[in-house]
Design a protein around this ligand. Structure first.
Ligand code: CA
Length: 451
């Protein structure tokens, strides 16, 4: 369950990495998210191997380099040894305590009054890589990917387009709805996304045809990387569920609405979703998010209480997270003109109907085992306000309210060359602002018609 605040959250902390002290930075010393990077300016290939790092300002701290230079305390050094594979898999598998030890050790090393750095300023160059000289990779080997549907506003909006009289299905307020996604096509931010080809049907009296999707959409979501997991046959009680969550990222669950509409009954999404899912490269730990906890979503009067295996007083009190989430869109023409990307939505993760602990408790309630590095996504994050709708299907209300871009171009769904950037950040008075970085993807023209 929720932890406590400690010295790593102190809003007065400053770092000797100057850019980390910019109030607009996503990566101040209070954040310290984990990721995997490769140096792009290395003279030899061995030095360009994947390495585990932590973001600080505009730099990446190399965890293993810190350990090898003797800069971490004992617990930090033990945890750093789990990073030698150049993936986060082993650190995730060892549970949240290892990452917490590293976080505390790195916070002490990176703060402006660090004794080690004061004694030897040249340390900086041995442990830091500028983000500009690095390529960010997928943070972990993702074995399984599950996508939920935890926003009641999203479920209600989409449901009302197709079933105006009863938008929410009868199970929604009882069961955290989800489906098993495809892990093999999860890509890191910046990877181009090719428009998928598939079967679509324009009208009920027509035969389906095959071709590039004409209703390509994004879905703004939050991802949860699993830490230690659970054994097959052993459900995770809700009181222990958050200990299974290593950290969070931003997810774009690209969706081909025309393919989805034709294929989704009776077994749910398939090829409409499995062609690509983009994740942001930095994993923000639950420890870093501790100052931004809020109560779980307040259910409307008359809604059922969660069943006992999904209910916990702690979770109701502080199982929510106040993460502001934004989507920005730019067309090829906008970028050619130098026009900045247009923000098309802004909402908050606090409006989700189900908490992270409830998603994990439900997922394992039948005995299903979660494994380290598994990714659970929240489902499209939409709120009650029109501006907070987290996908184009909702934002343009099934194409009846097209968006107008600054160039005068109109959008109901994504065109080739469009670039979607998702961002997340947490702000609270008296606390440092922390962010997630970007989840970016550009749509490429589809190929092959398959007829
Ligand atoms: Ca989704």
């Amino acid at each position: 369950m929720p932890g406590t605040l400690d010295s790593t959250h102190d809003p007065a902390l400053r770092s000797w990495v100057d850019a980390a002290n910019d109030p607009a930075s996503d990566f101040p010393i209070q954040n310290l998210p984990f990721g995997v990077f490769r140096r792009t300016r290395s003279p030899d290939s061995a030095a360009a191997a994947p390495r585990v790092g932590v973001a600080i300002g505009d730099q990446i701290v190399d965890i293993v380099a810190c350990a090898d230079a003797g800069l971490l305390d004992r617990d930090g050094a033990v945890a750093a040894d789990l990073c030698r594979s150049g993936r986060l898999d082993e650190l995730m598998a060892s549970g949240r305590d290892s990452a917490r030890s590293l976080r505390q050790s790195l916070s002490a090393l990176l703060r402006s009054d660090s004794a080690a750095v004061r004694a030897n300023r040249s340390i900086a160059s041995s442990i830091l890589t500028p983000m500009a000289d690095a390529e960010l990779l997928l943070p972990a080997t993702i074995g399984d990917y599950t996508d939920f549907y935890a926003s009641i506003a999203h479920a209600t909006n989409v449901g009302s387009m197709f079933r105006p009289d009863h938008p929410l299905l009868p199970n929604y307020k009882w069961v955290p709805i989800g489906y098993h996604g495809r892990a093999s096509s999860i890509v890191v931010s910046g990877t181009p996304v090719r428009r998928p080809t598939g079967q679509t049907r324009d009208a009920a009296d027509e035969a389906p045809r095959v071709g590039p999707s004409r209703r390509l959409d994004y879905e703004l979501e939050v991802g949860v990387f699993i830490a230690r997991g659970n054994a097959l046959g052993h459900p995770v009680p809700i009181a222990e569920a958050e200990q299974k969550a290593f950290g969070l990222c931003i997810v774009n669950d690209w969706s081909a609405r025309d393919i989805q509409t034709w294929e989704y009954q009776p077994l749910g999404p398939f090829l409409a979703k499995s062609f690509a899912t983009t994740v942001s490269p930095w994993v923000v730990t639950l420890d870093a998010l501790e100052p931004y906890r809020v109560p779980a979503f307040t259910r409307a009067a008359g809604d059922p209480a969660p069943l006992p295996y999904l209910a916990s007083a702690d979770d109701a009190r502080s199982g929510g997270l106040d993460i502001t989430l934004e989507v920005l869109l730019s067309s090829e023409k906008m970028r050619a003109n130098g026009t900045p990307a247009m923000r098309v939505s802004r909402g908050s993760f606090r409006e989700m109907y189900w908490t992270i602990a409830q998603l994990i408790a439900h997922h394992t309630s039948n005995g299903c085992n979660l494994r380290p590095g598994d990714l659970l996504a929240s489902g499209t994050v939409s709120g009650s306000a029109r501006e907070s709708r987290g996908c184009l299907l909702e934002r343009t209300w099934r194409s009846t309210e097209p968006l107008t871009l600054p160039t005068g171009e109109s959008r109901t769904f994504l065109e080739d060359g469009d670039e979607v950037v998702m961002r997340g950040y947490c702000e609270r008075p008296g606390r440092a602002r922390i962010g997630f970085g970007e989840c970016r993807g550009r749509v490429e023209r589809g190929v092959g018609r398959g007829e």
